[in-house]
Structure formats: structure tokens, C-alpha cells
Design a protein around this ligand. Structure first.
Ligand code: SF4
Length: 347
């Protein structure tokens, strides 16, 4: 089973002027979108290209989930959503949909329709929570609060629809303790799965300028610091929630580069640095993902273990086996999954 990303040409209310025009400060969808997606191409053509792309890497895949990923994929009239979703489901060997969206782009009628679809297909809705702190959401210009995320997650779960969420760690102004507290908050939500992202400052975003002006507001994780943080986080996370992704990595050409020895490095963060999460030093600024750990192993995360990250697979974190994440590609973390090609959160 493999996810195939499509770009159905959606936008979002934080870009089209309904709520804002500048978008969330970290967002550059070009950085998040796989190269094989092009919104001007018909959906079936994109699916065919995506399947072809994955056949080279994951030859065992015989069934597919179409992943509506870029922008807010429920942000259209219900009639338009029906056309798109049913068109995708009509493609041979497509057995379900994964739909990424903002919490404020869903309503009862759309959820009722998705419930109907879910009786015959695998249907998962992924919401961009990003942070549980309204102060942070305001700072990154999300134009919605945490309460709406909590509300729609419950509405979605109550209909029996698989419910996922995205979180970003390292957002400006958010302390490590606040990030860790998120584990308890989301553990109380009826979530089936989560995807974690370490903050990456991406070129062409408002955050790039913000970072240049106030680097000390940012907690850019090093690889080691992020691993320590994630271990602490997972230890506190409800083990019934499946972790679909620990980190992501945008293509290098989109990455804002840093001089670790100069102003703006993690060493200059000062109070509230990631050092207060883990025990070791933060020695280099980077966007390393768990994929890049190499052949080292991480044992005993929460109730489960991560075996041979980088060289192998991630097995049984918490109560859920990564291999059991619907059609997620987490079993290919070591080799880099499609989620990690331009990985980020655009929801
Ligand atoms: S992250 Fe999502 S909601 Fe925010 S600007 Fe980008 S597409 Fe819009």
C-alpha cells in the first residue's frame, strides 16, 4: 500500500483573503509538494505519474491511497469535493483517500459525506493543528485557534472517520516545556494518528524574514536535540495514537541556511533552548531528519522501540506498529518515504 500525492488545485482561506492573504508564516507549498504533482494536470494523470514514481521505489505496492496534500483540501463546495474525491477513488487500485486540511475548512455536511465514503473506502482526514497554544498560532498567523481544531477532531472521530493531525516543533516563541506539554493535550484527543515536523525555516516565507530579524526567538533543533525531544515527547504520548512521521525534510534548495558559529545559530538561543529538553549539547544547526540518523539505534521510546533508524524500519512505537499505519509509507522511513520528499505541513 502506498500513498500517492495529488495537487487538486486548492487554495486556503489564509491566502485567498477570506481570513488572510499572507498565509501561515512558515508556509511555502512549493517546498512541501512532491515534484511529480502539478495542479494543471488532470487528477488521473497525476495519480498515474505518482504510481509510476513509487513503482521504482516500492515495488511491492499494489494498492494506493490518494493523498490530497497541498493547501486545504476540503476548501471548496461539497459538490466540487465529491467530483474530485470520487474521481480519485475511480482510479484502478485506489482504495482510499487521505485528505489534509485546516480545521476551519470542514463542516457537518462535508463530514457526513466523508462518513458515507468511509463505509466503502479507507478515508482519513488530517488536520493541521501545528500548535496547541493560541499564542503560537497567532504568532505564526494561522488565523484559527486550537479550540476549532479540538472541535473538528471530535466531530470527525465521532463519525468513524480516521482522524490525523500535524504538529510542528520549534515554532517561534514556544518553549521546549510548552512543546512537551502538547503531548498531554493531544493525548486526550480522539486521534488515530499524528505527524510530527521539526521546524524548518523555508526560503520565500514570512518566517525567513522573521528569523533574520529575531533569530533568538527560534529553537531550531539539531539532529541530536530533536531525537532527545521526540523521545521525551513520545514517552508522554497516548500509546494508542499511531505516529506516522517523526520528522520531515524539505529539499535543500528551499532550506534557509545558517552559520552555526554565527548569530542566529541554535547556540545563541539562550534561555529556553533545546538543552533544557535533553541532556546533551546542541552542536549544529540543521534540518536533519530521523532518516539521517544513520545506522544507530534508538531503543525504548515510550512503550515500544525504534530499531535501527536510518538503516532499518521503525517498529512498534507506542501501541501502534508503524507498519500498520493504513497505507502510510512509514515502513520505508530508512529509505526515505514520499512524505519526506518535500515533507512539510501545508494543512
Ligand atoms: S500552511 Fe496551509 S493554511 Fe497555512 S497558508 Fe499554507 S496552505 Fe494555507
Amino acid at each position: 500500500m502506498q500513498k500517492v500525492v495529488v495537487d487538486a488545485g486548492f487554495t486556503c482561506p489564509n491566502r485567498d483573503g477570506t481570513k488572510g492573504t499572507g498565509g501561515c508564516t512558515y508556509c511555502n507549498n512549493d517546498a512541501f509538494n512532491p515534484s511529480y504533482c502539478n495542479p494543471v494536470e488532470p487528477l488521473h494523470y497525476q495519480i498515474a505519474k505518482g504510481i509510476g514514481f513509487h513503482l521504482v521505489r516500492y515495488r511491492k505496492a499494489t494498492k494506493y491511497l490518494v493523498y490530497f496534500q497541498p493547501y486545504s483540501n476540503t476548501y471548496a463546495p461539497l459538490a466540487r469535493l465529491k467530483e474530485l474525491y470520487e474521481d480519485a477513488l475511480a482510479y484502478p487500485d485506489v482504495v482510499g483517500l487521505v485528505i489534509g486540511t485546516r480545521p476551519d475548512c470542514i463542516d457537518e455536511a462535508k463530514l457526513d459525506y466523508l462518513r458515507e465514503l468511509s463505509l466503502k473506502h479507507y478515508i482519513q482526514v488530517e488536520y493541521g493543528i501545528e500548535s496547541c497554544n493560541d499564542k503560537t498560532l497567532n504568532r505564526i498567523n494561522r488565523q484559527h485557534d486550537f479550540a476549532i481544531a479540538e472541535q473538528v477532531i471530535r466531530m470527525t472521530h465521532d463519525r468513524g472517520i480516521k482522524t490525523g493531525a500535524h504538529l510542528i516543533f520549534g515554532l517561534p516563541g514556544e518553549s521546549p516545556d510548552e512543546m512537551l506539554a502538547t503531548a498531554k493535550t493531544i493525548s486526550e484527543l480522539p486521534l488515530d494518528s499524528v505527524k510530527f515536523h521539526q521546524l524548518q525555516v523555508v526560503k520565500g516565507t514570512a518566517m525567513e524574514h522573521e528569523f533574520e530579524e529575531n533569530p533568538s526567538d527560534f529553537h531550531q533543533f539539531t539532529l541530536e536535540g530533536y531525537i532527545r525531544f521526540i523521545i521525551r515527547f513520545v514517552e508522554q504520548l497516548n500509546p494508542a495514537i499511531v505516529i506516522e512521521r517523526f520528522s520531515g525534510e524539505v529539499p535543500p534548495r528551499f532550506m534557509k541556511s545558517f552559520d552555526p558559529a554565527g548569530a542566529g545559530s541554535i547556540d545563541s538561543v539562550g534561555a529556553g533552548s533545546i538543552d533544557s529538553v535533553g541532556a546533551g549539547p546542541i552542536d549544529s544547526v540543521g534540518a536533519g531528519s530521523i532518516d539521517s540518523v544513520g545506522a544507530g539505534s534508538i531503543d525504548s521510546v515510550g512503550a515500544g522501540s525504534i530499531d535501527s533508524v536510518g538503516a532499518g524500519s521503525i517498529d512498534s512505537v507506542g501501541a501502534g506498529s508503524i507498519d500498520s499505519v493504513g497505507a502510510g509509507s512509514i515502513d520505508s522511513v530508512g529509505a526515505g518515504s514520499i512524505d519526506s520528499v518535500g515533507a512539510g505541513s501545508s494543512v
